[in-house]
Design a protein around this ligand. Sequence first.
Ligand code: GDP
Ligand code: MG
Length: 636
Amino acid sequence: MSQHSSSKQGIMSSGLNEQYEEKVRPCIDLVDKLRSLGVEKDLNLPAIAVIGDQSSGKSSVLEALSGVALPRGTGIVTRCPLVLKMKKVTKNATWHGLLSYNDKIKKLKNPAEIEKAVLDAQTALAGQGEGISHEMITLEIKSSDVPDLTLIDLPGIARVATGNQPKDIGIQIKYLIEKFIKRQETISLVVVPANIDIATTEALQMANKVDRDGNRTLGILTKPDLVDKGMEETVVKTVNNLVIPLIKGYMIVKCRGQQDINEKITLVDALEKERKFFNENSHFRTLLEEGKATVPLLAERLTKELVIHITNLLPQLKTQLEQKLAKTTDELKVLGDGVPLDKQERKNFLIMKIRQFNDVLEGVKRAEEDLKNSDMRVFTKIRQTFGQWKQLLDQKTIKTEEILRDEVEEYIKNRRGKELPGFVNYRTFESIVRKHIEELEEPALKLLKDVTDIVHNCVNTIVSYHFKAFSHLLRAAKDPIEDILENEFKNAEEKVKSQFKMEKIVYSQDPLYSRQLEAVKQLPVNATLVDVGFGTRRVKSISADIREMTQHLKAYLMITSDRLANQVPLIIQYHILDQYIFQLQNEMLAMFGRDNAEDLLREDSDVARKRKELKDRLERLKDASKVMSKFVKAPY
Ligand code: GDP
Ligand code: MG
């Protein structure tokens, strides 16, 4: 440990070696570079968060690690997450501090300015009083006396609200802490005073809840000088990971107590005092010898942990970055580049927008649309639906062959007149035919509804995609979309209905009918097999007249089936696809003629803002991606 004993300049000043410069520095630099690009807005970066109950010594540990005095006092002193970025620079470089929050940046000339600057920032973000905020304050310090580390200080866990604190302050703070420590990217430093029963600390329980395996949790015991006589061995056991075991284990540090501060003991002197304390304490000396005690060793340990952590996270980080980049590019493409300012150019822009839209509609109509944004062509979907209609008709005619026989038999049994067997009663024929065709009307109307839905969905998607950035244009286009479709739906519905009305007239051209009847008569004589349910069939003798009538019915129904298989889809296609799209295109073109045509292009202010945001993000992610790929290629 002698390397630290002479260290008056700072805690990492002599622990550095070549390996450090080669391995540690690039890793930490990488994350720092990403952070300074602002990538934290898009991705969670590897970080170390300090959590603990109020007054457990969090700020003291941070202070000791960073060599800078942070605000301290009683109650909730840390009211916003404070990102403390420490960067080690060469010995003679001047101290450099930068405090930033929201869009504000404040340069700090010396460590003495930190406390006030942080307090001011907290007041700006979390207001006067004792409320908290999720907004981050970043404090960047470049000095020869600090380790290369970034730590996040969080408000302490408060048990009860006091004074003018919000009633639910405890819950608010826990929620804020959890937000940070539940991220896979965060290592939690759980600060626990050595002079209390560790099992009762809420911070350790919280860390355990979000990090069950304990892979990301390191315990830090503070205030070893305040441990009651006789309790020292319990503390040693805790540090040796025998009380509440954590995979990463524990370290113990002694920071400045209130008296040290009153006596104005400097942080550097405090480190010396700390070393002396551990060295001279018969219980704790072994911990120092095993490398589990003192602030300088903690700093070293943290840097190491952070490097391992970063290395492990890199592949995942890279993938996330790529995904985000692709998503942003897509989103930006949809928003487009914005509208020109010049009046004539705006008009041309509108014409172009509408032309593009109409072209896509034309593609849909001709079943030639570009498939980039959808799974299947609209016409392919419609064709499938039409196919189902044909299937339904086929099933009806096939099924009816058997039902027909029963029906005819029944009919003849009950209503046969004077006629001799074999004479077909035309009335019988007609009424059975009508009954069967009537049953098809409802499915035909459902077909119309289904196709209308397909076309409607498709057109809606297209219009939203094309006019997303222009809410006025979008609204202007949506009205005709609904109106025209409703109108064409009515037209189609009327035609389908009157088709079924016409089908009540039993009609077919003589030669067509004769041909179909011949064909039916040629069918194999399995007609004598009758299904009696439960899969059993029995042979049934059928009289000549029944067979004759059944053949007529079947022939006619097959003709109607063919007719409807074509006619209904033809009507639907004409109105719902051709007429609808044709009229919609005309309506769109008519928009040019409006007085306020260019007004349709007025962008919502949030679209412009969104575009700017996306562009910024894209820039940022691209830069980050460059930084990453350079690093990954490096031979570490
Ligand atoms: P925080 O609320 O968790 O940030 O706790 P602070 O860092 O403000 O510490 C609370 C009090 O404990 C302060 O008065 C510190 O001086 C004191 N303190 C912190 N660490 C030690 C220590 O190791 N020994 C002693 N004696 N006091 C300490
Ligand atoms: Mg504090």
